[in-house]
Design a protein around this ligand. Structure first.
Ligand SMILES: Cc1ncc(COP(=O)(O)O)c(C=O)c1O
Length: 389
């Protein structure tokens, strides 16, 4: 950490991101990869070239604005999202989004209307539901396929994502069976042969038990044969957020206070759970990878003077506990805690306006280390102002 970096801040690593994507691509040769922007929009600034990443999955008008601002090529964009309005679809089409997803009959109608108005013929993939509010039923998909030739769109494939942080091969097997059943029915009933089957396996990333890369790679290698054989039958695209981004982020937060209440040693830091998210971190009982930095040097966490601390953030809620009863060297005010493996969702999923605390700085470690976002206040978001539109 350099002197310019002020906690709390994130430090993302271009190298780790590329390393993870190369690992996936190496296993899944010939399969198109998609990065889901929602996991960490800042990684768009270091997106590897198109040989490695074919698409980015963009899920809202805001994410589209980010892509536009960064000059992400429109043809790379898969414009998805459960709630789409006419104007969103128009904006995505105007930007030249390569593919749009339809998650309902209504979405499909909107896409057809907008395509007609704009005089374009967009590529569309129909999203199959995983048994929740996202996507649509097999019947709805087959009905849309039956009238596809009447419209100004190219329905080129199917989209499927059924949930995140999967650790069981059986869940991937179940997903792929559902997809196969639909694709067989679509072929026999409607003569539909897809150009793309865009599948998000929702693969988990290991946060608590080292060695982390080995654990992730082991899980990936378990599902690899399933994806490979599916990829031989259908033109497969794999979209991921967590598994691609998790290894590439660290979060730094400073110790601001230390006290003992009713026999518990509390450490108060300048960050909090609005900025740090580890999937499965219920009641902060699990210990993510964590190091203590004092005056720029890493302290030995296995130090004999280790103490059990409960590390809490700066929010007004008893839920703001980052880790409970963690063994750390005797801490001092001003020490910095470095949390690892938080490249996915920490920066994008938090309750960022709660308590009107500032948003952290964002740094990217690439050929050089750059500040991508300065500290940003959030109190303006919570300020009532009659002048505002
Ligand atoms: C449609 C879709 N694709 C991909 C993803 C990325 O999921 P994960 O981070 O589990 O890989 C999500 C996450 O919500 C999603 O909704």
């Amino acid at each position: 950490m350099s002197k310019e970096m002020k906690t709390p801040y994130y430090l993302f690593s271009a190298e780790e991101f590329k390393k993870r994507i190369s690992f996936i691509k190496n296993g899944l040769k010939g399969v198109n990869l998609t990065f889901s922007v929602k996991a960490n929009p800042f990684l768009l600034t270091v997106l590897p070239d198109r040989e490695l990443i074919s698409h980015v999955e963009v899920c809202s008008p805001g994410e589209l604005m980010i892509c536009k601002s960064l000059g992400v090529d429109g043809s790379m964009i898969i414009y998805s999202g459960v709630m789409k309005e006419n104007k969103d679809i128009r904006e995505a089409m105007d930007y030249g989004a390569g593919i749009l997803t339809a998650e309902s009959r209504k979405h499909y109608e909107l896409i057809c209307d907008e395509a007609e108005k704009a005089g374009v013929r967009p590529r569309v993939i129909l999203r199959l539901t995983g048994g929740n509010q996202f996507g649509m039923s097999e019947e709805d998909i087959l009905d849309i396929l039956s009238v596809r030739k009447e419209h100004n769109t190219d329905i080129t494939g199917i989209h499927f994502y059924s949930g995140t942080a999967k650790t069981k091969v059986s869940r991937i097997e179940k997903d792929l069976k559902r997809l196969r059943d639909l694709l067989e029915e679509a072929k026999s009933r409607e003569g539909f042969v897809p150009d793309l089957v865009e599948y998000g396996p929702g693969l988990s990333a290991e946060y608590y038990t080292p060695p982390f890369d080995e654990a992730d790679e082991g899980l990936f290698n378990e599902i690899l044969p399933l994806l490979t054989s599916f990829g031989k039958e259908y033109p497969l695209g794999i979209e991921m957020g967590r598994f691609m981004a998790a290894p590439s982020g660290k979060y730094f937060t400073s110790v601001m206070d230390i006290k003992e209440n009713d026999g518990v040693k509390y450490v108060i830091v300048d960050g909090g759970v609005h900025q740090l998210k580890y999937y499965g971190q219920n009641m902060a009982m699990k210990i993510p990878p964590l190091r203590v930095i004092r005056d720029g040097n890493v302290l030995n966490t296995k130090d004999s003077a280790a103490e059990g601390y409960t590390v809490c953030g700066s929010l007004c809620t008893v839920a703001d506990v980052l880790v409970r009863d963690v063994s750390l060297p005797a801490l001092r005010i001003g020490d910095v805690l470095e949390f690892d493996r938080c490249g996915a969702y920490s920066v994008s999923e938090g309750a960022l306006s709660f308590l009107s605390r500032d948003l952290p700085e964002i740094w990217m470690e690439d050929k050089e280390t750059k500040c991508l976002r300065k500290r940003l206040n959030s109190w303006t978001l919570n300020l009532a102002s009659e002048d505002k539109e």
